[in-house]
Design a protein around this ligand. Structure first.
Ligand code: DC
Length: 210
């Protein structure tokens, strides 16, 4: 019996992981899970209680109380939710609470999952892993353009500072830090648009799977 295919996509904010993951999932006929949304939803629940996302006891309790409807909230994409997500994501009990959900999502029918630790912790045995990066300047510009389109008022410099702060926090936490798995295929999207990134990833994936 062959195992369902898991495609793990990790990397920093605004590197193009989500767009790539969605397109690969559609191409391969696999379900897609944006694992960042889980951390964002936990962060939001802590903010709702006027708590500090780094308060380990509160963050873990909110992760354990997470409900599917929390993932449908309209306020998960804001810069505030992103920073809160990065805060709760450094709490070991939060990561442990979210692990079983991510694994069972993938084990059912296979999946494409994007996040920070999919190839290193959630599915270390995944046959296909990508680590998607781009320069901090390029990522900040993309995020800033997205925010502008949505009516945001933050300056490019503010967005870049946020992106760098979150990278630093995600890469230097003690549990499941963001880092490429030893067997991940690296994809730098600094000079690639979404079509070119998808084409490059698909070629790498086909080569890997033979
Ligand atoms: O992918 P994103 O920007 O929506 O993720 C929000 C935050 O959640 C990110 O800064 C770190 C955390 N995260 C994580 O630690 N592990 C994951 N698998 C996904 C997200």
């Amino acid at each position: 019996m062959t195992r369902p295919l898991i495609v793990a996509i990790d990397g920093p904010a605004a590197a193009g992981k989500g767009t790539l993951a969605r397109r690969l999932a559609a191409e391969l006929g696999l379900p897609y899970l944006d694992t960042g949304l889980l951390y964002r939803a936990v962060g939001r629940r802590v903010l709702d209680r006027e708590g500090d996302p780094k308060d380990a006891a509160m963050a873990e309790a909110e992760a354990r109380a997470l409900h599917p409807a929390d993932l449908d909230r309209a306020d998960l994409r804001s810069a505030e939710a992103a920073m809160a997500a990065s805060g709760v994501a450094a709490v070991p009990g939060v990561r442990a609470a979210l692990l079983a959900f991510q694994r069972s999502f993938g084990q059912a029918r296979g999946a494409v999952l994007d996040g920070r630790d999919i190839g290193t912790v959630v599915f270390p045995e995944a046959p296909v892993k990508f680590f998607v990066t781009a320069s901090p300047e390029a990522r900040a510009r993309r995020r800033w353009l997205e925010q502008q389109a949505g009516g945001g008022t933050a300056t490019l410099a503010e967005v870049e500072a946020d992106v760098r702060r979150r990278d630093d926090q995600d890469a230097h936490r003690s549990v499941a830090p963001m880092l490429p798995a030893a067997d991940a295929m690296l994809l730098d999207t600094t000079a690639l648009d979404a079509d070119a990134a998808f084409a490059a990833a698909l070629a790498q994936l086909r080569a890997r799977l033979g």
